[in-house]
Design a protein around this ligand. Structure first.
Ligand SMILES: Nc1ncnc2c1ncn2[C@@H]1O[C@H](COP(=O)(O)OP(=O)(O)OP(=O)(O)O)[C@@H](O)[C@H]1O
Ligand SMILES: [Mg+2]
Length: 248
């Protein structure tokens, strides 16, 4: 079992979209995948049309209260739905890891993907802190804007801190640009700078801006299902292949 956090401090960069599409792509490749909605906004659960009244969620799982149940969406794809009531202060940093180790001993997974909420990582007890303290790997979507360099500069020291203080097994797998407009001339100027800041941790794949992402979201489907020949479908497949090559 490899546990991967999809995280950025900034909101709206594509964490949830990436979690959903990587989960689908990995499961298509025969990996048994668990997607965890670790965000009180529950966007990943909404993406799978799981109602907020659905009683089996990450909070029950973390609290060990009663039963918990995974939602299966495909042969190899399982979702642990989100809770609006989950609060990081109720847990220790590695509680999620312990729960996942227990789950994995009963029902093994190849890959666990944690869709993290947007929040500053500063050592305080936040869901993102728990996710990173409980993960093996980190993937971070980067907005293709001039200030994207800031996102990189903020995340790198946090990974170093958590690795040193709490989770020696944590490693950065990589950054990638999401929602890229390849015709934007400014992108050609600043993307090499961002890649330099990223210290060689950039995937060569990037995900272009594509309307079919929104269409898929509204339909509760993936771009692979509704627009298999779209740019986003091609890009997410390439990114997933690149990740699989790095991990396995
Ligand atoms: N490649 C893309 N092309 C077009 N739209 C995209 C793309 N990636 C993401 N989006 C859209 O951008 C919005 C934000 O994406 P998403 O919800 O995945 O971000 P997030 O980082 O999870 O946000 P939050 O920080 O609030 O959790 C969504 O409406 C999503 O459909
Ligand atoms: Mg999200």
């Amino acid at each position: 079992m490899k546990i991967i956090s999809i995280i950025t401090e900034k909101g709206g960069v594509g964490k949830t979209t990436t979690s959903i599409h990587l989960g689908a792509a990995f499961s298509e490749r025969g990996k048994k995948v668990l997607l965890i909605d670790f965000d009180e906004q529950r966007n990943l659960s909404k993406g799978y049309k799981i109602e907020k009244t659905f009683p089996y969620n990450i909070k029950n799982f973390m609290d060990k209260t009663g039963d918990f149940r995974l939602t299966q969406r495909g042969e190899n794809l399982y979702i642990l739905s989100g809770s609006r009531e989950i609060s990081a202060e109720d847990y220790q940093r590695t509680d999620l890891r312990e729960r996942l180790n227990y789950l994995n001993s009963k029902f093994p997974f190849d890959l666990v993907i944690i869709d993290c909420p947007p929040s500053p990582l500063n050592g305080k007890m936040k869901l993102g802190e728990i996710a990173l303290c409980s993960s093996d790997l980190v993937i971070s979507p980067i907005e293709p804007e001039e200030y994207s360099v800031d996102g990189i500069n903020e995340l790198l020291p946090q990974i170093v801190r958590i690795k040193k203080d709490f989770n020696p097994g944590l490693n950065l797998l990589g950054f990638f640009f999401n929602r890229v407009n390849v015709r934007n001339r400014r992108f050609k100027t600043f993307s090499p700078l961002a890649q330099q800041e990223g210290k060689g941790y950039f995937f060569s794949s990037m995900v272009r801006i594509d309307e079919s992402v929104e269409t898929a979201k509204t339909a509760g489907k993936t771009v692979f299902q509704i627009a298999p020949k779209s740019r986003a479908s091609e890009d997410y497949k390439n990114l997933a292949n690149e990740i699989i090559e790095k991990i396995f």
